[in-house]
Write a protein that binds this ligand. Structure first.
Ligand code: CAO
Length: 595
């Protein structure tokens, strides 16, 4: 039986799209419709399924490749029972070819549209006037036909903004939202969850409140963000879902969950969806989450809020395993009856944590809502999770760094000539590495069941770096094996890369401990948050000259404040005090670092 070629089908206006994941291997048996690869463009993430059931005899592409329509993904030997399977394959091919032709004309139309006015939702010619009722239709959505409506995001009587998502469609290829082409009130809804729709089907009648062109078009969310107000043309063709870049409603307009509803209106309740599900899933965040269609579908089936799940995949993409472990954690919490148990409690509600109240601050005065930077969103989730997950205690101490500073000042210029920026932090990293060696529990992680400690034989320390986009934690590897100059060089290199937005995924992985230095900024103490699964973090504040009694008189000494936060499940208070004492000793007398 000859192996069949499985090709990249018509994927709308995507060309040279990156393969971010190959979901199968040679020798695998695949079902028809089983996703083979995940593609990601600046507009969307979508999966390409197999057109036949059978065995993969050869994979023609690998992760990182770019593909376009017609490229061969794999050779598949169709299943035995399928003379019919072969037929299937052929007919699929035929279908694909037919689809291609159609798609070409679609795409030609789309291009035409792109250069012209957006397609009209009605035949009103000059577009609707304020108060007119217009049809909002399913736009050209590439080679998607008879696509299932998996969610209706609005109800009759709702006020909608232009570009506000009305429905979510899901095919075997992608999930996409269809936004309203007009601002106004939903006079009537023409479809419900479970319906299948195609281009031109009327979704809703909207009584306009002005500003709406009546043009129906699918949402090209990525373009919206980068192209600002000029996103119209690129919206002529539907693009599969990439809500990560979805345009935020204009300032002063309300999104569904995060923002206050300014005109005192209720939040949009989907007509036919389960209200309790809506309450636990933040639709806007779900929409923005970076996940492939099948993972979205999977999350929906389990009722998991993608917006609360940290992605472990490439570029932070949420994988099926991430969804599984999130759900598992949530279940464990429920079963153990803990409000904040050992599992990762979701940020902003769930797991017994009260949700962030949705307050209309505009009732107290003028407000402006500014979307958080991408890094801040990620770190916000991480610190919240760590704060809930770890029973924190902070031990405060000081180190007399008079001699260290004298040494540093004496060597600073020479170091600079060698291209090294010698700050106190390099010495702190060295002292912390010594502590991690001397106290193996500090260089460990609790196992997921909380029953054992994994002692690590390597010492990698993450350093908090304040960047324009938010906090990043690049890692300096094998600190115990490096001299002060090498550590200072590494520190300078990773913090520069972090600030310039050039940090790589690998630069941020594998830390066994963290240091957060606010010494260059100010303050006398703070309580840093441990980065799970690490068990400790050393906070450093600004040193100051202080009078210290030497037994005979007060002597001016340079004192460095230390704030050591630790996971109390792993380290007890006495050990924590010994750890900071140890670090203090190392910093006070550099010679001890050589021992
Ligand atoms: N006390 C007093 N001065 C200090 C100091 C301390 N503890 N630590 C550093 N300094 C001085 C340095 O010596 C340097 O002065 P000189 O040029 O005269 O030597 C100056 O402060 C600036 O240092 P730096 O910040 O450029 O370098 P660094 O090695 O101390 O720190 C880095 C590097 C990346 C950690 C830092 O730039 C940074 O981003 N800090 C913020 C970390 C942060 O936000 N933590 C909070 C996390 S929780 O939200």
């Amino acid at each position: 039986m000859a192996a069949q070629e499985i090709k990249v089908p018509d994927i709308g206006d995507f060309d040279a799209v990156e393969v971010i994941e190959v979901l199968v291997a040679e020798g695998d048996t695949v079902e028809k419709e089983q996703p083979l690869i995940t593609l990601e463009s600046d507009k969307a993430t979508l999966e390409v399924p197999s057109t036949v059931a059978g065995k993969i005899t050869e994979l023609k592409i690998s992760e990182g490749d770019t593909v376009s329509e017609g490229d061969v993904i794999a050779m598949v030997e169709a299943e035995d029972d399928a003379g019919s399977a072969d037929d299937d394959g052929d007919s699929d091919d035929e279908q694909a070819e037919t689809g291609d032709d159609e798609a070409e004309s679609d795409s030609a139309e789309a291009k035409e549209d792109a250069g012209e006015e957006p397609a009209k939702a009605d035949d009103a010619g000059d577009g609707p006037k304020n108060g007119d009722t217009v049809e909002v239709k399913v736009p050209d959505i590439g080679d998607f036909d008879s696509v299932e409506v998996i969610e209706v995001l609005v109800a009759e009587g709702d006020t909608v903004e232009k570009e506000q998502a009305l429905i979510t469609l899901e095919s075997d290829k992608a999930t996409l939202e269809v936004p309203s082409s007009a601002a106004g009130t939903i006079a009537s809804l023409k479809i419900k969850e479970g319906d299948t729709v195609s281009e031109g089907d009327v979704i809703a009648m909207v009584q306009t409140t002005g500003g709406g062109s009546g043009g129906a078009k699918a949402d090209s969310k990525a373009d919206n963000k980068s192209a600002g107000g000029s996103a119209q043309a690129s919206n002529a063709k539907a693009t599969p879902d990439n809500k990560a870049d979805k345009k935020q409603p204009e300032s002063g307009t309300a999104s569904q969950d995060d923002k206050p509803a300014p005109q005192g209106q209720d939040k949009a309740e989907p007509a036919s969806s389960d209200a309790s599900k809506l309450k636990s899933v933040d639709e806007e965040r779900f929409g923005k989450a970076h996940a492939s269609p099948s993972v979205r579908k999977f999350a929906r089936e389990l009722g998991a809020d993608l917006g609360r799940i940290d992605g472990s995949g490439r570029k932070g993409r949420i994988t099926e395993e991430d969804v599984q472990s999130y759900v598992k954690s949530a279940l464990e919490q429920v079963q153990s009856g803990k409000s904040t148990g050992s599992a990762a409690a979701p940020a902003g509600g769930g797991g017994g944590v009260p949700a962030q109240p949705d307050i209309d601050f505009s009732q107290f005065g003028e407000v402006e809502t500014v979307e958080l930077e991408r890094i801040r969103k990620i770190s916000a989730k991480a610190v919240h999770k760590n704060w809930l997950l770890i029973p924190h205690v902070t031990q405060f101490d000081t180190a007399d760094i008079t001699d260290l500073e004298a040494f540093r000042q004496a060597n600073k210029e020479k170091a600079k000539a060698d291209g090294v920026k010698l700050t106190p932090l390099a010495f702190l990293l060295k002292a912390a590495a010594a502590a991690l060696k001397a106290f193996p529990d500090l260089n460990s992680s609790l196992t997921a069941d909380g029953e054992s400690l994994v002692h690590k034989k390597y010492i990698n320390i993450a350093v908090a770096v304040d960047t324009p986009g938010g906090l990043l934690m690049p890692v300096i590897k094998d600190v115990d094996k490096k001299g002060i100059y090498d550590i200072a060089r590494d520190l300078d290199a990773v913090s520069t890369r972090a600030r310039e937005g050039k940090i790589k995924g690998d630069d941020m992985k594998g830390a066994t401990f963290s240091i957060s230095s606010l010494g260059g900024v100010g303050g006398t103490a703070f309580t840093p948050i441990v980065n799970s699964p690490e068990v400790g973090i050393l906070g450093v504040s600004k040193h100051s000259m202080q009078p210290v009694w030497n037994g005979a008189e007060f002597e001016p000494r340079l004192i460095l404040p230390l704030s050591f936060s630790y996971d109390h499940r792993v380290i007890d208070g006495a050990k924590a005090a010994r750890i900071t004492g140890f670090i203090s000793e190392k910093l006070s007398d550099l010679r001890t670092l050589l021992l």
